[in-house]
Design a protein around this ligand. Structure first.
Ligand code: PAF
Length: 282
């Protein structure tokens, strides 16, 4: 396994691999790797000759009052994790190399970034799209692997790749969950024991919503109302949103039909948790 810390070295190395017709798979992360990343890396390794993992806590996607400084970091542990997953290259650039002092250019994302998390984290998806666009240009992967847990991020990046003609395919890998249903996330490490026991209610309410839909409910307001009540009864959550939207455009739905995404974000103490499910409704 090779660890490359410089953008220019990475670009040169990739050009060499491309000239040998290697198929390159890419998993972008902010590190503090968990089993969710493991699933992405395994899929990437299976489907490509070379698997590249980037670890970069991207300052441009954190708001001024967000958790950039306290975001968990552990490169040594991540290296061992990556080695076990047989990653070929870890790309671990510095913020100065990614964003030199004279840096000016951003990817502006349209209305798909305005609802859901975008409403509560202004500028977040602009930062995500910008860094992923840059990483795609540096790594030039054939396939980009993203997790379903970050559903809005995945929808936005798919859109960006089509709109800006990036020559890369995207594969979305299902959310990996703890045994009690909590979606794997690096931010789960912020939870204390009590909060950790309360957090799985989020996934239980998503499954409850699925059950209501199976019983014929098509009115999102009714479903969201029940979910909200369940969550607030279980623990002192502060809910940012619970929404039922079209799975591709992320437009809000008045009646549930087609491929839909039920997504939520809620705070438990100082930890913001997100989760979602995708369903096809006839
Ligand atoms: O999902 C993440 O960890 C980040 O948003 C990503 C895609 C690595 C961009 O910084």
């Amino acid at each position: 396994m090779r660890i490359i810390k410089s953008v220019s070295v990475m670009q040169k190395y990739i050009l060499g691999l491309k000239s040998k017709n290697k198929r390159i798979g890419f998993v972008p992360t902010m590190g503090y790797l968990h089993k969710g990343h493991g699933a992405l890396l395994r899929r990437c390794r299976k489907e490509n000759n070379i698997s590249v993992l980037s670890i970069f806590v991207n300052p441009k996607q954190f708001g001024p009052n967000e958790d950039f400084h306290r975001y968990p970091r552990d490169l040594k542990k991540d290296e061992l994790f990556a080695q076990r997953e047989k990653v070929d290259i870890i790309f671990y650039p510095s913020a100065d190399d990614m964003y030199p002092k004279d840096y000016l250019t951003y990817v502006e994302v349209g209305k798909i970034a305005q609802g859901l998390c975008g409403k509560f984290r202004p500028g977040h998806f602009r930062g995500v799209a910008t860094v992923v666009g840059k990483l795609i240009n540096v790594i030039q992967p054939d396939i980009l692997y993203l997790g379903q847990k970050d559903a809005q991020q995945a929808a936005i990046l798919k859109r960006m790749i089509v709109d800006l003609n990036f020559p890369v395919r995207v594969k979305i890998v299902p959310t990996v969950r703890e045994q009690d249903g909590l979606a794997m996330s690096s931010r789960n490490s912020y939870l204390n024991d009590k909060q950790r026991q309360q957090a799985p209610i989020l996934y239980r309410t998503l499954r409850h919503a699925e059950g209501l839909i199976q019983q014929g409910q098509r009115n999102p307001r009714k479903i969201i109302g029940q979910m909200r009540a369940m969550i607030l009864k279980a623990a002192p959550f502060k809910i940012d949103y619970i929404e039922c939207v079209d799975a591709a455009s992320l437009d809000p739905l008045k009646v549930l039909r087609g491929d839909i995404l039920i997504a939520l974000a809620a705070w438990l103490g100082k930890t913001r948790l997100i989760d979602n499910i995708v369903l096809t409704v006839k």
